[in-house]
Design a protein around this ligand. Sequence first.
Ligand code: URA
Length: 433
Amino acid sequence: MRMTDLIEKKKRGEPLQEEEIRFFVNGFTRGEIPDYQASALLMAICFVGMTAEETADLTDCMAHSGDTLDLSDICGVTADKHSTGGVGDKTTLLVAPICAAAGLKIAKMSGRGLGHTGGTVDKLESIPGFRTALSEAEFKAQINKIGLAVTGQTGELAPADKKIYALRDVTATVNSIPLIASSIMSKKLAAGAQNIVLDVKCGSGAFMQSIDGARALAEQMVEIGKACGRHTAAVLTNMDVPLGTHIGNALEVFEACAVLRGGGSADLREISLILSAHLIAMSQQKPYDTAYRTARELLDNGTAFQKLQEMVAAQGGDARVLECADCFLPAQMQMELCAPQTGYIARMHTQKIGESASLLGAGRAKKTDAIDYAAGIVLQKKTGDFVQKDEPLAVLYASGKEKLQAGKTRFLEALTFSKEKPALQPLCFGTVE
Ligand code: URA
């Protein structure tokens, strides 16, 4: 078999056979296929697309390109959650403890933030002492003991995706539905849970800007999950505005805890309940409404918060900080950012808000950059709010003046004002099951 023939075939619009996809994935992962040939194939896939069968074959090959986690020694029903990435998206910190409190075994491997989106591993590492590098044995033992663990990746899961994703990132080939679907699902399948809920974000802070694109991605991922014998559902959620009010690692842990303790932002609470309800309904085969009521009760009666405290303590973190903001939000320089004009906030370009947080120090431009856990943004106004000129819009936190200035400039670029009140979008655009 020759790569040039595969590239030609895809370029002509013909579907690739399973053995051809396997040849590409294995050869590229082993370093036998050069980047330039892999890039050409990926670009052809971006233009021509893939059939459902090709996407399933690609996912399967990537899922089996390295270690796979066998969760059969976990007592109970295993469940996992994945978000396609957003700004202020701290739902894992709520969904995992709510679902564990409902009796599910949450086996969650999370990633770090890159670019304008945050990552759960970075958020959890803002808690002093918290360990995100659990061994496979520690991960499973903790799930069996307390019902949940959230860790960085154990072992070498889906190494083909790691290599292919790194190449896509620098060859403008990220934006392809079959490539995104296979990339995400290969990691979820390798991570082993029986039940998977996918939060597919849609809007100016997400990979998918349109509802049609987000729905197509959700449909492909759900189809792949089901074809591989996993219960899978996707919820299409709004990322045209940041989720909640806090953006930045420690700030987001603080906001998640506020919701778990009965306060916090209504949108974050509602999206977390919807995702939890889908995961509980699917895993325990209950009607959605019953599962939603269960999730709400476990959130409101404090059981979910106790679960998060248990997880933090089990992973070496100082659980006391979850109840005391001052303990883990060290004093920083801060700047109140005020409205440059009077009017309604018509739009917040959410990617730019995420970039602003990153410039303040909450994210990385390169994988090797250090994170400032206390840096970030607390929003006081969001899309749809009316503001007077010079009224406070947000507080920015950073370690120095230059960073505050860079964050402020990018934040203001994100805003559009209008005289008319904008029509408000729903939090959730539907589900794919
Ligand atoms: N997240 C992934 O893991 N892969 C993609 O291709 C896009 C988002």
